[in-house]
Design a protein around this ligand. Sequence first.
Ligand code: OAD
Length: 224
Amino acid sequence: MKIVILTGAGISAESGLGTFRDAGGLWEKYPLEQVATPEGFAANPALVHEFYNARRAQAAAAKPNAAHLALARLERTYPGEVLLVTQNVDDLHERGGSQTVWHMHGALNRATCAACGHKWPAPMQMQATDPCPACQAPATRPDIVWFGETPHFMNAIAQKLATCDLFVSIGTSGTVYPAAGFVHEAKRHRADTLELNLESSRAFDETRAGKATDIVPDWVNSLL
Ligand code: OAD
């Protein structure tokens, strides 16, 4: 069986990283337009770097939880094909042992140059005037996909959704497109669909409700 898994902020919640839209979530404290759009970055790059510097430090201090570990175990031992796509910009899947992770919304631990597109490992603290190591332009930004920008791996993900047998969504509210449309893509191609989340979005054939650290290891155990 070929499985495509999509994860969101809910899988990292029990590692202490805040989600976006739950009560007290990140977008309540920091207006999304100011810190997660190209326009916000143009208006106040220092504020945007401050936001992502803080999130980078928080992610570095967090530890992968039982759900991250279970998905890594699935990748290692499942006899079929497993693809892990994440909307998360933390590296807890990798630190939990996952080898291949498609970060469709970018990664906190990478920097990119707004002038030439070069990418490099992000230092813990960045600012907009840091020179690009390739072209020297003072145009450093976090390698994060902001609203209005195109997520990474879109063509490759579409191909995988078209040929998978099972699509599993974990810890995501399903409100941000294009990721929110993956379940419909998978269904169109006759895959089974499963949601593992605190609450049901009703878009899936089956939903298992609960905390990621309980329900993800249970699901992985049921498969292996
Ligand atoms: P959200 O904050 O929108 O949704 C988090 C989901 O996780 C909700 O459905 C919660 O019910 C669920 N959840 C919370 N705690 C959980 C737990 N312990 N176990 C299981 N589920 C839990 O986060 P995302 O869906 O990831 O994009 O948000 C999608 C995108 O919107 C993000 O990648 C980010 C944001 O704007 C960018 O910044 C580009």
